[in-house]
Design a protein around this ligand. Structure first.
Ligand code: ZN
Length: 313
């Protein structure tokens, strides 16, 4: 069993409208935009990152906004709900705030004994806030949300699978332990992780595979300290029979990707070098940063990319 993976690093999803996405994550949910860059393979499309002050691994939600994308169709083989952690009592702040901001499908319930507020993102994204009294992570303090209610980072991600077995075995190999099973959902925990420590598996044998589109999660990334430990984990997974990509330089972290038995795309991403490698912490996310190989496209991209602050909300 591996012990180098320390919880979630980031979750990457698809959106339709960049400005709407930016307004939702920064103004409605109060996260900090820690980077605006473009998709490495499709530089005409933004890659937007939202998180805490520095984009600490375990707090970072990222989006590819494709203006002409159709809405995703939820199903199996994908992440169902991306869940963020808030302090005890904070849902009494969030429920009326999100309702006032016009957020859809608000619903309060409980999950594994914790109070939860479910809701949809602008493209039907499956999202939730959970009250976690044990989360000591510091929130972004300047997102317009009082710090005693603000989002601390990811709490968990749920996977919707037709057959959970092989994915559960994989997560155990990656250092997770089964914490509890309730209402048919298996909760796995990474002991001594980075705070974004839970993965929930929901088994839905009769449900067809989801179709990727706006509102769908593209992949989830797990956090690893550095490139040396990443190579150890890559080799261990290769030796176990998984097909992994080579290490890819993503400018703010180094990544390897592999498709899991249940269909979800996993990434293992390093905590180094981080989002302040090319701009000061005080100004993260303010300027358009381009991967070196796309820098020659800058004037064209600055003219064609939709302004992020173009909408009031
Ligand atoms: Zn990623």
């Amino acid at each position: 069993m591996l012990d180098q993976i320390k919880g979630l690093h980031h979750v990457t999803a698809m959106a339709k409208d960049a400005a709407e996405n930016n307004a939702f994550w920064t103004r409605t949910l109060g996260l900090r935009r820690v980077k605006q860059t473009v998709n490495f393979d499709e530089p005409s499309v933004y890659h937007l990152y939202y998180g805490d002050e520095v984009g600490t691994p375990g707090s970072v939600m990222t989006y590819f906004p494709f203006p002409h994308i159709v809405r995703g169709r939820p199903g199996t083989g994908e992440v169902g709900t991306t869940v963020f952690s808030v302090p005890e009592g904070a849902l009494d702040f969030w429920a009326p705030k999100l309702a006032a901001d016009g957020v859809a499908n608000l619903e309060r319930d409980e999950s594994f004994g914790q109070k939860r507020l479910r809701f949809s993102g602008p493209d039907g994204d499956g999202l939730a806030l959970v009250e976690d009294r044990n989360d000591v992570r510091q929130p972004w303090a300047h997102g317009g949300v009082p710090t005693d209610n603000a989002i601390r980072g990811f709490h968990s991600a749920s996977l919707r699978l037709r057959d959970a077995g092989a994915t559960e075995e994989l997560l155990k190999f990656m250092g997770y332990e089964v914490a509890e099973t309730r209402d048919g959902v298996v909760r796995l925990v990474r002991p001594e992780g980075n705070g974004a420590d839970y993965i929930d598996i929901e088994t839905l044998p009769g449900v067809p595979r989801g179709d990727l589109g706006a509102g769908s999660v593209h992949h989830i990334a797990f956090a690893i300290e550095n490139r040396a430990t990443q190579l150890e984990v890559r080799k261990a997974l290769l030796d176990t029979g998984y097909q992994l990509t080579p290490v890819i330089d993503r400018d703010y972290f180094f990544s390897v990707y592999f498709r899991t038995p249940g269909g979800v795309l996993f990434e293992i991403a390093t905590n180094e070098p981080g989002f302040n490698r090319d701009e000061d912490t005080a100004h993260l996310g303010e300027a358009l940063k381009l991967p070196r190989q796309h820098e020659h496209l800058r004037s064209r991209l600055e003219a064609s990319l939709e302004p992020l602050e173009g909408k009031s909300n």
